[in-house]
Design a protein around this ligand. Structure first.
Ligand SMILES: [Zn+2]
Length: 250
């Protein structure tokens, strides 16, 4: 089973005209073409606008396609009280399966103690947290490592594994913290291959960051992994098995 760890849901509310969005139906068609069975879906607009409303949107669209969508919520540490409540509502009422955090878009340093109350609450549940990485000053891999070190029970997925400039730090972060998994979107092939060699295929998960990348983006991101010439079992772990375990899908 192929699972994509990183997709965004574009709604009119997102107001991101500079990105070519796609409807959820188009998104699913693209997944079908690429052979992707399930995908993690989270907001884009809720990362910098109303996160509570965006969590409702994600839950509603996931209910329409329950066999395909693994819905994740988001919170905003600048709204601590609301976020604490929202963590519980997302898991218990909306049945969301994890959280996405975007320090750069939401505007907070991921390693600050601003995160502590929220991470303590999240760590009460067995749900993963995916964090955008690679854009200083707030989303650097070693800052994420600092957070992962403080909250060893939480499973952290490092989206983009540091992108083009900070992938070596991303591998270091994963080496230091066994609760960090590296996600493959936005990064070239070489860092993925190096990560397999240095930390092993069981610590890497496939993600596409679609609909960024436009039509064919899923296939391009998948091929980055497929053309590495990995052993079948390594490729299988990266493309779905690892995430399936993280999410307790089996
Ligand atoms: Zn993204």
């Amino acid at each position: 089973m192929i699972i994509d760890a990183h997709c965004h849901y574009f709604t009119k509310n997102a107001k991101l005209d500079f990105v070519q969005g796609s409807s959820i139906e188009d998104h699913i068609k693209d997944c079908d073409l690429a052979g992707i069975d399930k995908f993690v879906l989270f907001t884009i607009g809720g990362l910098f606008r109303d996160f509570i409303e965006s969590n409702d949107e994600i839950a509603a669209v996931a209910n329409k396609f329950p066999s395909r969508i693994i819905p994740f919520g988001t919170i905003n540490p600048w709204y601590e009280e609301e976020s604490l409540e929202e963590i519980n509502r997302c898991i218990k009422v909306l049945k969301l399966k994890g959280f996405k955090l975007h320090p750069w878009m939401t505007g907070f340093p991921i390693n600050s103690d601003l995160m502590d109350t929220m991470m303590r609450e999240i760590s009460r549940f067995d749900v993963p947290v995916i964090i955008h990485s690679g854009t200083p000053p707030w989303s650097e891999p070693l800052q994420i490592a600092e957070l992962a070190y403080r909250f060893p029970k939480v499973k952290f997925i490092m989206a983009h594994m540091g992108i083009t400039d900070l992938w070596k730090e991303a591998i270091d972060a994963a080496r230091m913290c066994s609760n960090i998994w590296l996600e493959t979107s936005g990064v070239p092939s070489l860092p993925i291959k190096t990560a397999v060699e240095e930390i092993g295929s069981d610590r890497i998960v496939f993600g596409s960051d679609s609909p960024y990348g436009g039509k064919g983006g899923h296939i391009f991101q998948l091929n980055k992994v497929r053309f590495l010439g990995l052993k079948e079992e390594d490729e299988g772990r990266i493309l779905g098995k690892n995430l399936s375990k993280i999410l307790n899908l089996d």
